[in-house]
Write a protein that binds this ligand. Structure first.
Ligand code: NOJ
Ligand code: NOJ
Length: 453
């Protein structure tokens, strides 16, 4: 493995200022290796399949497994199917069975403990006991989705895995989904671990997990769970509409918050709440998501000095952010918040192509006019028209500018930390953030038109 690592690095050194395509293929290969070295069993520092958020143990100490980060990372590993992924994913599944039963400051197995956001890297009790923004109710939902995604792939290749699914995976997924069904109306901390409330990202990923859980429950002969998931997913759909603010003209991240509400969690919620299948609500091609994306991006244009000379617009978590990766001083752009804009746009194109048309409305006309100035509200451009081609090519070039920002501000050796400096573009925050690498791979897959299960 080290040899491949060295080869990837030397390739990178040959292409210091290359095209986006060439950079992406080298950088995503490097990202896969970096992810593996942040995971226990594959030669990393921890004897398990735990995904460390980052190898950094001080300023900041990210040497923990966050359920959110690890589920998002495993989703990418499963989608990629790298060599040895079956045994790695199954070790993680075995560890999650144990972890779900470890009492922690959020509670026990069926008393809220599944909402505990981060755990010690050894996964042994006691888990992390310090003060933290807990619970965080997105983790169980993301984990359930990752596991269902794994079953869908696994079942295809091996029918004999049925008992493994019913005896090992279904109990974990069932517990996670019942956690969601029980607590979804209670306030929890947002994905940035700062605000207690009701959040768009959290509810979008919860709804997706429940929808996917309906068939999964039926496959495991549990019709009563299936009917609970069906009812609650429908209730969530009604609640999710209320995140649209007609006065602001965009989707807000958290109900009753004093912030603007523009937040990268909304784009993450649209993408992770729909996957490439699309569950019919706030998909990346939805006009409300498109205008929110534009307002979100615009909010960073003049906020970060580096944007004056960037290849595109570097984006952060939300414009009011003051976390610099160590303390609260001044917020910076994040790699994963910049790549999600690209991923959302590529996915929108994927959806337009699938639907065979782009519909221009009074609400989204400004967005489309950036790419085709004659776009008119009320018109539908079918996929065999020149106008359609014009629009999707424009969107795809625009999406590329966000990945080009990541290329421009990645470290020379290809490393991606959590953030990059708003004035100098230098890496900031936790080094080698696993999620930054997973986010880049995921965006590249969307760019290549790959369909995640
Ligand atoms: C650490 C959290 O992980 C981060 O999301 C948050 O912004 C800071 N604490 C706030 O101090
Ligand atoms: C801080 C981020 O705000 C949070 O989303 C993430 O889970 C942790 N860092 C670990 O990467």
């Amino acid at each position: 493995m080290l040899a491949i690592f060295a080869a990837a690095l030397s390739l990178l050194a040959c292409f210091p200022a290359t095209t986006l395509d060439a950079w992406l293929s080298v950088e995503t290969a490097l990202a896969s290796l970096k992810i593996k070295s942040n995971i226990g069993t594959t030669g990393g520092p921890v004897d398990s399949a735990a995904v460390l958020a980052s190898p950094s143990t001080a300023d900041p100490d990210y040497f923990y497994q966050w359920i959110r980060d690890s589920a998002i990372t495993y989703k990418v590993i499963i989608a990629q199917e790298p060599a040895g992924y079956n045994s790695l994913v199954q070790s993680w599944i075995a560890e999650m069975t144990k972890l779900q039963h470890v009492d922690n400051p959020s509670g026990g197995f069926d008393t809220g403990g599944l909402g505990e956001p981060k755990h010690s890297s050894t996964l042994l009790p006691p888990t992390f006991q310090g003060d933290w923004g807990r619970p965080q109710a997105d983790g169980p939902a993301l984990r359930a989705t990752a596991m269902i995604q794994y079953c869908q792939k696994y079942l295809k290749t091996d029918g004999s895995s049925k008992t493994y699914i019913s005896d090992t995976i279904w109990p974990i997924v069932k517990a996670d989904l019942h956690y969601v069904a029980t607590y979804w109306k209670s306030q929890s901390f947002d994905l940035w671990e700062e605000v207690k409330g009701t959040h768009f990202f959290t509810m979008m990923v919860q709804r997706r997990a429940l929808i996917e859980g309906i068939q999964f429950a039926k496959d495991n002969n549990d019709n009563s769970s299936a009917s609970i998931f069906t009812t609650i997913a429908a209730e969530m759909e009604d609640s999710l509409y209320s995140f649209w603010s007609s006065s602001k003209g965009y989707i807000i991240a958290t109900q009753n918050s004093s912030r603007s509400g523009l937040d990268c969690g909304t784009l993450l919620g649209s993408v992770h709440g729909n996957g490439r299948t699309g569950y019919g609500l706030f998909q990346p091609s939805d006009e409300k998501v498109l205008v929110t994306l534009q307002a979100f991006v615009d909010s960073f244009k003049h906020l970060y000095n580096i944007n004056a000379n960037a290849n595109g617009i570097a984006c952060g978590r939300y414009p009011e952010d003051v976390y610099d990766g160590i303390s609260k001083s001044r917020g910076n752009p994040w790699y994963l918040c910049t790549t999600i804009v690209a991923e959302s746009l590529y996915t929108a194109n994927f959806e337009f192509t699938k639907a065979k048309s782009v519909n221009v409305t009074a609400a989204n006309v400004k967005f489309f006019q950036q790419f085709f100035d004659k776009a008119e509200p009320g018109r539908s451009y079918s996929s065999d028209s020149q106008e359609f081609k014009h629009i999707v090519d424009g969107i795809s070039n625009y999406a590329d500018t966000f990945l080009d920002v990541v290329r421009q501000f990645s470290a020379r050796n290809g490393s991606l930390s959590e953030e990059f400096d708003r004035n100098t573009g230098e890496p900031r925050g936790a080094r080698d953030l696993t999620w930054s690498y997973a986010a880049l791979i995921s965006a590249k897959m969307a760019r290549d038109g790959m369909v995640l299960p």
